[in-house]
Design a protein around this ligand. Structure first.
Ligand code: GLN
Length: 388
């Protein structure tokens, strides 16, 4: 038999998504892969029901249905502080997973380097390998997850083509301040580098932190490829609706990449999601309040049990310290946690370049009832998982 491609040899399947399967296998409360177990907004679902009887069953325009792009342009123009052209500055993709992959393929050649902050969302490593690019990792130092400006500049000196910025950050919950973004912008301009953003948690930010769109910084629009999705904002992760926003000369190429990767996102779902894109500010405030309450409930529960953890400024993940159990493999710990305690988590090592094995990631995008059940199970963690 001929051999399979070399490029696929250097990465595994996604550990995040594998942990969902492990959780299901053991009937664990699945706090591994980050997705809600509560319903999307009723208005969107009602519109979806109508759409099934309307004429949206064939391909939409490859770079996104007109109606969807217009609604998205209107929403994002307000947030990003510039008039976004729905015809020339948007590509609608199958989730931000495709948006990020398409963005990488749009800007990099095989052999190019790409700066990635560590910890990172695990897809970026595979995105880089699939597009032939090589990551340069820059650590975000705990507990604040700040970067060292000299370490960052050293990475820029290695002639990268792009930097990937996940803000708010998965898994560490960091929300980059204006000053930090300005430092990145200064270096991006000085070394002439693209910035690819992953801003899927743009609406899940806790007071007093504020989300600032990187593309809105002075001179950054021209070199920023902003990726995001509707998954987290409208609790529709299974709909796979994402997008890229960038200047026309970048979007022209991204449209080609996207066209040949997937042709297009699901037409009926784009039409139904327009209802969400047209929600007023009160929806986003409601979402923030809802997640703030969930975050507070969950971290109070962890504090009561005496588990030390990060406190996110944005997104919906916490990293828990499992040092006291003495495991050399955090993956094994997560298997034991799912089987013995009944809670699904992601091993922290899937997010770090550095050799970290004392952290696991849990998410709290779940009904209060589910979170309370997970906390009740975690109360027994010290009995169920003996120290090694
Ligand atoms: N962003 C989610 C997480 O980190 C998962 C997204 C996905 O699996 N596509 O868990």
């Amino acid at each position: 038999m001929p051999q399979l491609s070399k490029r696929t040899e250097t990465f595994t399947d996604s550990v995040i998504r594998r942990m969902t399967r492990v959780s299901n296998q053991y009937g664990a409360v699945n706090l591994s892969q980050g997705f809600p177990d509560f319903e999307p907004p009723k208005e969107i679902l009602n519109r979806l029901a109508e759409v099934t009887n309307e004429d949206f069953h064939q391909y939409s325009i490859t770079w996104g249905a007109q109606n969807f792009r217009e609604a998205l342009a209107e929403k994002q123009s307000k947030l990003m502080g510039r008039q976004i052209n729905p015809d020339e500055e948007i590509v609608v993709t199958c989730g931000s997973t495709e948006a990020m992959m398409a963005a990488m393929m749009t800007v990099t050649n095989p052999g190019d380097r790409v700066i990635v902050f560590s910890p990172f969302y695990e897809n970026y490593g595979a995105d880089a390998i699939l597009s032939g690019a090589e990551p340069i990792y820059v650590p975000l130092h705990p507990p604040e997850f700040n970067f060292d400006p000299d370490e960052l500049e050293n990475a820029f000196k290695q002639k990268p083509k792009a930097l990937i910025l996940c803000n708010p950050s998965n898994p560490c919950g960091k929300v980059f301040t204006y000053d930090e973004l300005k430092q990145i912008a200064y270096l991006a301009e000085k070394y002439d580098v693209f910035v690819i953003t992953d801003e899927v948690y743009e609406h899940i930010v806790y007071e007093p932190n504020k989300h600032i769109y990187f593309a809105s910084l002075p001179n950054m629009w021209e070199r920023t490829i902003s990726c995001s999705s509707l998954s987290k904002t409208y609790s529709i992760t299974g709909w796979r609706l994402g997008y890229i926003i960038a200047p026309p000369h970048i979007i022209d190429t991204a449209k080609k990449v996207h066209d040949f990767l997937t042709v297009g996102a699901a037409a009926p779902l784009q039409e139904a999601a327009v209802t969400g894109l047209r929600f007023g500010d009160d929806y986003y405030q409601w979402l923030r309040d809802k997640y703030t309450r969930k975050r507070n409930l969950f971290i109070k529960g962890l504090d009561d049990i005496g588990i030390s953890h990060t406190v996110p400024q944005g997104a919906y993940y916490v990293l828990l310290d499992i040092s006291e159990y003495g495991y050399s493999s955090d993956y094994e710990f997560c298997e034991d946690l799912a089987r013995e305690v009944g809670v699904g988590a992601v091993p922290g090592s899937s997010f770090f370049r550095e050799p970290v094995n004392n952290l696991i990631r849990l998410h709290f995008a779940k009904k209060d009832k589910t979170l309370i059940e997970a906390l009740n199970r975690l109360e027994n963690i010290r009995n169920k998982i003996p120290k090694r």
